[in-house]
Write a protein that binds this ligand. Structure first.
Ligand code: ATP
Ligand code: MG
Length: 364
């Protein structure tokens, strides 16, 4: 899939911007703090209705303004579609072909993006919450039902946790909540576990290639519940078994919100024992695997956003990355200099980014 153009209104440091994109490769060059990352962020936001770098959405609205708008035309095998997202103090509004989409799961997934950024190492080294978020975002892009089940799960979990904080707990009411929690929680666990297996298959092959056969990567979805046909039954029993402990701690102790994803390289968790280089290779393999998995599941390659990553990668990893994506995906790259970029293809557009405005520097 390709993003043909974009329109920004009061997004970050862009008062207004209208741009046509190259279907192959787009490079944004500029000094620091000119708006390169902001532009990639707007593309990510258009696809996923959230920012990859802040949970506080109002930061996206240009200072002194009250709302922002991002829109663009996406071209997919089935045809073109207009995507639009508006954000104001009242919240966000999403539209496909000018029709408002009330449910997030009806909007997300139309445009698939994969972002590489210097923070990717956090996927390997950061907290379990980061890895759960990674699964939720990536799986949500290819499976809208998952997104729905996950939102139901979080809704019930929140309800159950606040109920556990009450002094007088009605056991019958709690067991109704338990049943709902188990229904959606099981679906979330099962979908995640399958996703991890599929991701592992792709990542394994890529990791082997990048490490020249020296390293074997495996992925493990860790949950306190055994994934089997009895999942719902065992889950419910576990909640009953933990009743006293949960009433005492006033929170839900078991479920997908506590699960973990472990990356293992040559039999050891790479977050703990891996070298910096092994951790980098792992992050790169996972991201590249995601691209392949999206192609398998959606039928089209996602759009690729590479924020400042070329300078972070050594030459060989740069070549690995570019070789595996160019020609397949529409790619957006930000950089402060072209020096790091090697083996560039012919079909590309280079834009100069200067304090919230853009000009085409070269196009072929
Ligand atoms: N809501 C906002 N309204 C106006 N300007 C903003 C807003 N949010 C951020 N900015 C401005 O955007 C600039 C940062 O832009 P961005 O992160 O895209 O820089 P960059 O070109 O990627 O730089 P670097 O090369 O350092 O990564 C900051 O200088 C900040 O002043
Ligand atoms: Mg930047």
């Amino acid at each position: 899939m390709k993003l043909l153009n974009i329109f920004l209104k009061n997004f970050r440091n862009y008062p207004e911007l209208k741009l046509e994109f190259n279907p192959n490769l787009n490079i944004f060059i500029g000094e620091n703090a000119q708006g390169k990352t902001n532009l990639l962020e707007s593309i990510y936001f258009l696809a996923l209705t959230r920012s990859p770098r802040t949970a506080s959405e109002k930061e996206l609205i240009r200072w002194q303004q009250s709302n922002t708008l991002v829109s663009g035309v996406l071209s997919r095998d089935i045809g073109k579609m207009d995507l639009e997202i508006q954000l104001s103090s009242k919240g966000r509004k999403t539209k496909i072909n000018r029709l408002e989409q009330k449910k997030l799961s009806d909007y997300i997934g139309k445009m698939n993006v994969v972002l590489f950024s210097p923070e990717d190492l956090e996927l390997v080294k950061g907290s379990p919450a980061k890895r759960r978020r990674f699964i939720d975002i990536e799986l949500g892009q290819i499976n809208p039902i998952y997104l729905y089940d996950l939102s139901q799960y979080h809704r019930i979990l929140k309800q159950r946790n606040s109920y556990l904080k009450k002094d007088n707990i009605d056991e019958i009411y709690l067991s109704v909540l338990d049943e709902q929690l188990v229904e959606f929680g099981s679906k979330v666990i099962e979908a995640r576990s399958l996703f991890i297996k599929q991701l592992e298959k792709n990542a394994q092959a890529l990791h082997q290639k990048i490490s020249h056969g020296k390293e074997e990567l495996s992925l493990e979805y860790q949950t306190q519940l055994p994934i089997s046909n009895d999942l719902q039954k065992v889950y419910l029993e576990k909640l009953k078994h933990d009743r006293q402990r949960e009433s005492f701690q006033k929170t839900t102790l078991t479920g997908p919100h506590r699960d973990e994803l472990i990356f293992i390289v040559n039999d050891n968790p790479v977050a703990v024992y891996g070298s910096q280089g092994q951790q980098r290779t792992t992050a790169l393999s996972i991201k590249l695997a995601e691209i392949e998995l999206m192609k398998q599941e959606v039928g089209e390659y996602p759009i690729l956003l590479l924020d400042d990553v070329m300078s972070e990668l050594d030459n060989q990893r740069q070549i690995d990355l570019l070789e595996s994506v160019l020609g397949k995906t529409q790619t957006f790259v930000t950089t402060t200099t072209l020096d790091h970029l090697q083996n560039l293809p012919d079909a590309l557009t280079i834009y100069q980014v200067n304090n919230g405005s853009l000009s085409v520097a070269a196009s072929e």
